[in-house]
Unconditional design. Structure first.
Length: 203
């Protein structure tokens, strides 16, 4: 069985003005997980993050999204955590609100937080929990308009769907904590109503 997770990171932007925006969906998940464990966050300036727990550690970077790798790399170096023992929870434009997917490695789909983490770690071979936030499906939209979309709060119905997806993910926590990723993936994806493409999602 693969190694269990030692670091779970929730991506977002710091500050009250960003707390309810779609780009902070990863932070929402890690906050919910801290309540489940339970564990209290503390500010750790040397890690550029708020951190909770010991085994595993939960972290929410306190840099802006495109500098997320500073926190992840600092924690990984200090605690000697391998990339394959890291799970990064993040918002995903390419999934509808309420969808959630677990995968290992792969591309970044334009997500600047993932890009920076991979650059700082020297590899993209870490676990990702992709939290669907929906996409403003219009081919005429500019890159800036899409960026503005992720920096706005979701509608009430989308937020309810995202919260439900986060609750499903928290329900799989015992499997994730034990390193039983295939079972966690099966539970997570089939609960969402679709069959998990195991050959594509797991390496």
């Amino acid at each position: 069985m693969p190694n269990p997770l030692r670091l779970i990171v929730g991506l977002g932007n710091p500050g009250r003005e960003y707390a309810a925006t779609r780009h902070n969906a990863g932070a929402w998940l890690v906050e919910a997980l801290a309540e489940r464990i339970p564990a209290a966050f503390r500010a750790e300036a040397k890690f550029h993050a708020v951190v909770a727990g010991n085994g595993p550690r939960l972290a929410i970077p306190q840099t802006f999204m495109n500098r997320s790798g500073l926190a992840v790399a600092a924690l990984a170096r200090f605690y000697q955590i391998a990339p394959a023992e890291i799970l990064v929870a993040h918002d995903e434009l390419d999934l509808k609100a309420g969808a959630i997917k677990l995968k290992f490695g792969g591309g970044f789909a334009g997500h600047n937080g993932l890009k920076d983490i991979a650059a700082q770690l020297g590899t993209g071979e870490f676990w990702r929990l992709r939290i669907g936030i929906g996409h403003p499906r219009d081919g005429a939209l500019s890159e800036q308009e899409v960026a503005d979309y992720v920096l706005r709060p979701p509608s009430a119905s989308d937020r309810a769907a995202i919260d439900a997806a986060i609750a499903r993910a928290i329900g799989t926590w015992p499997r994730l904590a034990a390193g039983d990723y295939e079972r966690a993936m099966h539970e997570l994806h089939t609960q969402a109503g679709d069959a998990p493409p195991m050959n594509k999602e797991v390496k």
